[in-house]
Design a protein around this ligand. Structure first.
Ligand SMILES: Nc1ncnc2c1ncn2[C@@H]1O[C@H](COP(=O)(O)OP(=O)(O)OP(=O)(O)O)[C@@H](O)[C@H]1O
Ligand SMILES: [Mg+2]
Length: 269
């Protein structure tokens, strides 16, 4: 089992301040603050509809907030010129909650697309590099020629991960990457994330509902509740937060099982 290695240097590379997002009269975030540290795997949790995906989309520039700021590597995303901003956005690898592979393209073509569109590579070079990313994501070479419809759920996630890695991102944003996978497939995917983080020096912003994921690979956890980040910190701090959702989530039957498994794994180690 892979354990978090606390690679973080404590250096903030994503800084969200006073972020407010609203859809009509529905306020999703209100003056929300969050820091992501270089090299960490940050797990983002919260009930359905608390705004985890909207937060991710706000950070990567797909959702313009009503108020607030997002600094990436110390640069103010919302006030920078578009050309500079798209340069910065190329340093993000994003795996969206709803897959989003092009069904009419093979896996190789899907992964090659950002290399052709954003890195200006020719088709042959892009497909060669795509093959390397496909291997990095743990897929067999044959998967490259397949269309998404013929892949299993776990393989689709890996193909989407390969595409997120295409442009050698500094920060990987993953929105519920193990949702719908069986526990063994989910565990293998978690291990892959940590391996890639360590090998490529990535920072990982990971939205998840999966308690095993939190206990096995996250260095810190941020809980979204009531339009803000209720708490962000190491699991032991988060688990002991006096909040009914946190208590139900971490100390309900599923939370207890994941926590015991983690403690046993640490003892064995
Ligand atoms: N484009 C949009 N237009 C209107 N409302 C939106 C839009 N995107 C999100 N919302 C609303 O914002 C709220 C937060 O949505 P979000 O998708 O971030 O939730 P979530 O925490 O990711 O939930 P889940 O765990 O189910 O994925 C929801 O009430 C949702 O309906
Ligand atoms: Mg979501």
């Amino acid at each position: 089992m892979v354990m978090p290695q606390a690679q973080s240097t404590g250096e903030t590379i994503v800084q969200v301040r006073n972020l407010t997002n609203r859809f009509g009269s529905h306020t999703v975030h209100e003056r929300l603050n969050l820091d992501v540290y270089r090299g960490e795997v940050l797990g983002v949790v919260g009930g359905s509809g608390t705004g985890k995906s909207v937060l991710l989309r706000s950070i990567v520039g797909l959702q313009t907030p009503v108020e607030g700021s997002v600094h990436i590597f110390g640069q103010d995303m919302l006030s920078m010129p578009p050309a500079q901003r798209s340069q910065l956005e190329r340093r993000f690898g994003v795996l969206f909650q709803r897959g989003a592979l092009f069904s009419s393209l093979t896996v190789t073509e899907n992964v090659a697309m950002p290399l052709i569109e954003h890195a200006g590579l020719g088709r042959a070079d892009a497909e060669h590099l795509a093959g390397m990313k496909i291997a990095l994501a743990g897929l067999p070479a044959e998967a490259g020629a397949q269309y998404p419809a013929s892949l299993s759920g776990g393989m689709i996630k890996r193909a989407a991960l390969a595409r997120a890695l295409a442009l050698d991102p500094a920060i990987l944003f993953l929105d519920e990457p193990t949702a719908g996978l069986d526990p063994i497939g989910a565990g293998a995917f978690d291990e892959l994330i940590v391996t890639l983080r360590d090998a490529l020096g990535l920072t990982v912003f990971l939205v998840t509902h999966d308690l095993d994921t939190l206990y096995t690979i996250c260095d810190r956890v941020a809980v979204l509740s009531n339009r803000q980040v209720l708490v962000a910190g190491p699991l032991d701090v988060v688990e002991s937060t006096d909040d009914s959702w946190v208590q139900d989530y971490f100390h309900g039957p599923r939370g207890r099982a994941a926590s015991h498994a983690r403690r046993r794994a640490l003892e064995i180690k």
